[in-house]
Design a protein around this ligand. Structure first.
Ligand code: OGA
Ligand code: MN
Length: 285
């Protein structure tokens, strides 16, 4: 077990790591009961250490899902993705024979926002008989593993992020040019450091992703594309990853500042239904 966790007084729940660096399953916890302050502090520390926490057999209501997430920060309303009826803060991620899974690009959530997400809490309502696993990558390890030459090239570099990914889906849904322009005005492209320093751990993590990053400022397009491709490829290295097999009432709570994720889209035409609540973070530095 990792140093920090061993020294933590995690008295109210148990932790079982999935790998040496990323992913731990939280046991001896019942999220249908509001966790006490000590438990929340313990979970916050465990998230710092493990980047993603998993829970199983948590038959919680939507209200309990929201209330749990609020213990870690304010919640965001996603401007584009479909939400659960009457719950603007709950993203409904449903795929079936008419809608193939699209979350199969390595990314961190909503990096196209000026203030992206601290973390996301995803709950499984219906899982395919097999497939639909989610993979997570430790972006501290990805940074640490870069060559010194690449580290020095990206020191202080800034990248532009955009919700381009969603723009296509909006067009397909029949949104007019005027409506899309209004979204462009509300969510202009943003700049974030290529390497971000985690506000709680002080560790450096790669903070560009294949879904939302457009280019690195001040580089020729080709140079930027080559460097970004190298940085994106780090998330795909198995030694930096863990992989979670879903079941109904399983929950994943990941840190968007230190990890990226990828939902394997291998289950079509089976049904996979998930609900995500997203905690607002701070401006990356
Ligand atoms: C997400 C996402 C992963 C999944 O909810 O942010 O990328 O496993 N989905 O559905
Ligand atoms: Mn995501």
């Amino acid at each position: 077990m990792n140093q920090l966790v061993r020294h933590l007084k995690v008295s109210t729940f148990s932790l079982t790591p999935l790998t040496p660096s990323i992913g731990a399953e939280v046991g001896d916890i019942d999220l249908t009961q509001p966790p006490d302050a000590e438990t929340i502090e313990g979970l916050r520390a465990a998230l710092r250490d493990w980047k993603v926490l998993f829970f199983r057999d948590q038959d919680i209501t939507t209200e309990q899902h929201l209330a749990f997430a609020r213990r870690f920060g304010d919640l965001e309303v996603h401007p584009f993705a479909p939400s659960k009826p009457d719950y603007p803060e709950v993203l409904a991620i449903t795929h079936d024979k008419d809608s193939r899974g699209r979350e199969n690009t390595w990314h961190s959530d909503v990096t196209w926002r000026e203030v992206p997400s601290l973390g996301s809490i995803l709950r499984c309502l219906e899982s395919p008989p097999v497939g639909g696993d989610t993979l997570f990558a430790d972006m501290y390890a990805a940074y640490d593993g870069l060559s010194d030459a690449v580290k020095s090239r990206i020191e202080g570099a800034v990248a532009v992020h955009d919700f381009a990914h969603f723009r296509k889906a909006l067009r397909k849904k029949g949104k007019s040019d005027a409506e899309i322009e209004a979204f462009d005005r509300a969510y202009p492209m943003v700049e974030h450091p290529v390497v971000r320093t985690h506000p709680e751990t002080g560790r450096k993590a790669i903070y560009v992703n294949a879904a939302f990053t457009q280019h690195i400022l001040g580089l020729e397009p080709e140079e930027s594309a080559t460097l970004l491709a190298h940085l994106y490829a780090q998330a795909a290295i198995p030694e930096y990853q863990c992989r979670f097999r879903w079941a109904v009432n399983a929950i994943a709570f990941w840190d968007n500042r230190s990890s990226q994720h990828y939902a394997a889209s291998d289950y079509w035409p089976a049904v996979r239904r998930m609900e995500r609540v997203t905690i607002i973070g701070d401006r990356p530095v």
